[in-house]
Design a binder for this molecule. Structure first.
Ligand code: GAP
Length: 469
């Protein structure tokens, strides 16, 4: 059975993965909070990314730069002038919409009726205006809309707000700029040499609008970005680009366990490519609302370092320690949204079966690896034994949940929806002979295991997938 976005949204709310932000005040547009299970899943994703791309690679280092950077950063990077979306406004409700999204919906609704063979990604703002006028496209409320205009996505705020002294700063629109502005610091303070990459995970902000795509596109989101610097004279950028594409693919398929048939590459057209990029591809995932960008990779050349050198008047060139030659490194940038990985993993894992809903998360991503239950909660001897097992697992660093609410069937249902791979039930035999029942989430099969063997059983199963790769 196909999973809809409504299935995902209601599961997330019901089980504590994601809540609408400020819900008690009616919510805030395109903003979500991550609940007790959601934050664990997000953390697991970020830890895996960090382990694969920073810890396990000698050519990569990490960074954690600020959300507020010197405002000149965004002038130099081109974001103040070129970081925009084409927007229209509903003339009655004054709600804003992305012009390209309205055109896409119109094309979808008129598919087959006329031979429209162009791609929205190819349209400039003026082309969009023409297309909207020619086809009399209206807002989703069927009202007239304004002509599309470019709308800058950077969020502005101010430092030192005593009147007159205010200076505009921006909430970062990408984490990448903190990497470029620290390029020289990293070269000077570490042992790196080209080619090498700097990666960081952190919040970015964009004043954009969306509807019905849940955490896919939000005002505030987390990016995991890499800037991989190289000497264009001795590294073929196309080969390096391709090898990064393979690395991204492997992370999604082998580490996150995503079904290959739901993934594809798409090259950006000339008009959609960002101002800084010479070539961009998107790794797209088939979300319930269509094929969408999960992870972008761009060849940013030496655009950013050159811009920052010019605006800061600081030398940002790299000096080759062997040849002594100085030059501006070029950069390949694989940049992903952690929240899009999160949504992809939920979509890929949620299964509707006859009588149950199961979130088949890979064990290493599951918020909890095991849930421990006393068979019934009103028998102190069972609760005491179950607590002993719970502590045994917690002390062995196995992420374990405790549940004594409701009947055992309800507890299994809740664990299945929480994506918990194994449940351990303690019954009277457990007191007699120190054995427990372990139920597998995906097969629902139950096996009897000695309490003393539990830790190694879960450890082996947790690492089984890694060994198989
Ligand atoms: N530094 C390059 C850069 O920021 P991008 O394609 O605009 O490129 C990179 O963003 C990734 O960040 C995207 O592939 C996407 O996964 C994520 N992303 C971008 N905007 C987002 C938003 N509004 N909400 C959630 N994720 C977003």
């Amino acid at each position: 059975m196909n999973t809809t976005i409504d299935d995902i949204v209601s599961l997330c709310k019901r089980r504590g993965f994601v809540y609408p932000t400020s819900e008690i005040y009616g919510g805030l547009t395109s903003s979500y909070d991550y609940g007790p299970l959601g934050v664990e899943l997000l953390n697991n994703i970020k830890q895996l990314w960090w382990k694969e791309f920073i810890t396990k690679r000698e050519d990569m280092v990490g960074l954690d730069s600020q959300i507020l950077l010197h405002p000149q950063t965004w002038v130099a990077s081109g974001h103040v002038t070129s970081f925009s979306d084409p927007m229209v406004e509903d003339k009655k409700t004054h709600k804003r919409y992305r012009a390209d999204h309205l055109i896409e919906s119109w094309l979808e609704a008129h598919r087959g009726q006329n031979a429209v063979d162009f791609k929205v990604e190819n349209l400039k703002v003026s082309d969009m205006a023409k297309f909207i006028a020619e086809n009399k496209i209206k807002s989703p409320q069927n009202n007239e809309i304004t002509e599309p205009k470019s709308f800058n996505l950077l969020f502005e705020t101010a430092v030192g707000v005593i009147s007159g002294d205010k200076s505009t700063v921006y909430l970062r629109g990408e984490t990448a700029q903190g990497i470029f502005s620290n390029f020289r610091n990293v070269v000077d303070s570490t042992r790196v040499k080209l080619p090498f990459g700097i990666g960081q995970i952190g919040k970015s902000f964009r004043n954009e609008i969306t509807s019905g795509q849940f955490v896919f596109r939000t005002l505030e989101f987390e990016q995991a970005e890499i800037e991989y610097f190289f000497n264009p004279d001795d590294t073929d950028w196309q080969k390096l680009f391709k090898s990064w594409q393979d690395t991204m693919w492997r992370f999604v398929v082998n580490i996150l366990g995503i079904d290959k048939s739901k993934l594809r590459w798409r090259k950006h057209t000339d008009s959609e490519r960002s101002h800084y990029s010479k070539d961009t591809y998107d790794l797209e995932f088939e979300y319930p609302f269509g094929w969408k960008e999960l992870w972008g990779i761009s060849y940013r050349t030496d655009y950013d370092l050159k811009q920052h050198q010019e605006f800061s008047k600081q030398k940002l060139e790299y000096r080759d320690p062997i040849t002594g030659k100085t030059f501006m490194p070029h950069v390949i940038e694989p940049a992903v949204g952690v929240n899009r990985l999160f949504l992809m993993i939920l979509v890929n894992s949620l299964r509707k079966e006859d009588k149950r809903l199961v979130l088949s998360l890979p064990p290493k991503l599951a918020p909890r690896t095991v849930a421990v239950f006393p068979l019934v909660a009103n028998k102190p001897e069972l609760v005491e034994k179950a607590r002993e097992v719970y502590r045994l697992l917690i002390n062995a660093d196995i992420k374990t949940a405790w549940d004594e609410r409701g009947n055992i069937g309800k507890r299994y249902m809740s664990a299945d929806e929480a994506g918990t791979p194994w449940c351990v039930t303690i019954d009277y035999d457990s007191i007699e002979n120190a054995s427990v029942t372990v139920r597998n989430r995906d097969t629902t099969k139950q096996v009897r295991i000695q309490q003393a063997d539990l830790v190694s059983y879960f450890r082996q199963n947790l690492h089984k997938e890694d060994d198989e790769k």
